[in-house]
Design a protein around this ligand. Structure first.
Ligand code: HEM
Length: 444
């Protein structure tokens, strides 16, 4: 166990209990717990049961953890516990192996491949808005998660994303994601009840992905074919197991993240009619009533500011790393092996970096105002070597889906059912029932 030698004494956050440390308080209060950490110091110690974790609470130090001293911080505790699902996929590896994989995978998520994926996004969004009926009440959060898993499934597998594959992936991937985070944060004895369900869901996803990979005969114009045909600098391909791990990583990393963002986006439009009116005006002018296409994305700057603001307000609760060498964080020396964390949510809601942080204000992302945000204070896609390689994919997907939906429908909350965030790693809405009303029936 590491307790850390240091130039100065690191404050332990008040409220540590014997054996369980801060874990119960942290799991009970979640966002409020991490929001208070900066008031105790720039680097503070939190005990997850018997394990000390050093939280960086300022933007500058979070930036240092993500990217400052390249190679000093590696993936840590959270990922260790998720390795059963991701295997050696991008999200759970480090060093030379990670660099090799990243070089092979990144181009598959960027231009020009992205243009092809964006056509899938546009067609899927068109199918979605055509399937709704006026006055229909949706669990909008579930509809968005189903939509985004369908998009990543189709961009990965094209026609192999048939009814069976789609049903298995839609059913079991969300379980892997949600139970995985609970399992990662809770001590072993608390996590035991979820382990079997998690393992079962992981096995089902692995099986269906293995079947598709093994059955892949001819080259297709999809992400899976790109992974299968990718070669490293020695001309070597990934083996089938590695392809499986990367596919599972993409399914997990690329579905609920975008689904949750779309859910909150329409929640915020309903809460902020002035924002909704401006977004509708922009969409009406650029897109009209047709499905949005990749070519529209650059012409929708207000919609993109709304998305930036959604990703500020609703972001990851905690990210963790482990020092892979002795390191100085601020004025604290930490030995190799120390677990370090920070809260993107706390950074995104810190009034020292973001004025009136509880206000939903897309114009804070106008270029002249965005330039004033300190480095490390806005990290929805992390940074450094593990910076989200799907960030452009995500921005296209959310913009195309939001504009296609907003062109045709207004989502109206069902009264009397308050919506609040439920934090399980990601911030989910506890529920989001909404009624779909055709825009043509409204004055705007
Ligand atoms: C709004 C949507 C998204 C958000 C907020 C998001 C956020 C993030 C963050 C914060 C990380 C870093 C995690 C860490 O280092 O601990 C990450 C990594 C990753 N994301 Fe995303 N992501 C999104 C969408 C996507 C999409 C659509 C894909 C793929 C289709 C994707 C693929 C990945 C992969 C493969 C990694 C691991 C990268 C590495 O470790 O080198 N993400 N994402």
């Amino acid at each position: 166990m590491t307790t850390g030698s240091r130039k100065r004494e690191v404050p332990t956050v008040p409220g540590r209990l014997p054996l369980v440390g801060h874990t119960p308080a942290m799991l009970r209060q979640r966002l409020a717990f991490t929001a208070k950490l900066r008031s105790h110091g720039d680097v503070v110690r939190v005990w997850l049961g018997p394990l000390p974790v050093y939280f960086a609470t300022t933007p500058e130090l979070a930036h240092q953890v993500l990217s400052g001293q390249t190679g000093t911080f590696a993936k840590g505790l959270l990922v260790d516990k998720l390795r059963r699902a991701f295997g050696n996929g991008l999200v759970s590896t480090d060093g030379e192996f990670h660099r090799r994989q990243r070089r092979m995978i990144q181009p598959a998520l960027q231009r020009p491949a992205l243009e092809r994926h964006a056509e899938v996004m546009s067609a899927s969004a068109a199918d979605l808005v055509d399937s709704w009926r006026p006055g229909q009440v949706l669990r909008f959060d579930r509809a968005m998660q189903d939509f985004t898993i369908g998009v990543v499934g189709r961009t990965l597998f094209s026609t192999d994303f048939d009814a069976r594959v789609s049903a298995e992936i839609r059913r079991h991937t969300p379980t892997v994601i949600r139970l995985g985070v609970v399992r990662a944060l809770a001590p072993g004895w608390l996590a035991a009840p979820v382990n079997r369900r998690f393992d079962d869901a992981v096995a089902r996803v692995h099986r269906v992905v293995d079947d598709v990979v093994a059955g892949r005969r001819a080259d297709r114009d999809d992400l899976l074919s790109t992974l299968v045909s990718a070669r490293d600098e020695h001309g070597l391909p990934m083996n089938a197991r590695q392809v499986r791990d990367e596919v599972v990583t993409l399914l997990v990393a690329g579905s609920e993240t975008t689904g949750v963002a779309l859910s909150w986006l329409f929640h915020e439009l309903a809460e902020n009619p002035d924002v909704a009116d401006r977004l509708h005006d922009e969409v009406d002018e650029v897109v009209g009533r047709r499905p949005a296409t990749p070519a529209d994305v650059p012409d929708l700057p207000y919609t993109r500011r709304v998305i930036s603001e959604v990703l500020r307000k609703y972001t990851l609760w905690i990210m963790m790393r482990r020092a892979s060498a002795d390191v100085t964080l601020g004025d604290v020396d930490l030995p190799a092996g120390t677990d370090v964390a920070f809260s993107p949510h706390a950074l995104h809601h810190d009034p020292l970096s973001h004025a009136a942080p509880d206000r939903f204000d897309p114009d804070r992302w106008l270029p002249e105002r965005a330039a004033l945000v300190p480095r490390g204070a806005y990290v929805p896609f992390a940074g450094g070597l593990h910076h989200c390689p799907g960030h452009l994919y995500a921005q296209y997907e959310i913009t195309i889906a939001a504009a296609t939906i907003a062109a045709r429908w207004r989502l109206v909350p069902v009264p009397g059912l308050p919506v609040r965030p439920k934090v399980i790693g990601l911030m989910y809405p506890n529920r989001l029932p909404m009624t779909v009303i055709p825009r043509s029936r409204l004055s705007r």
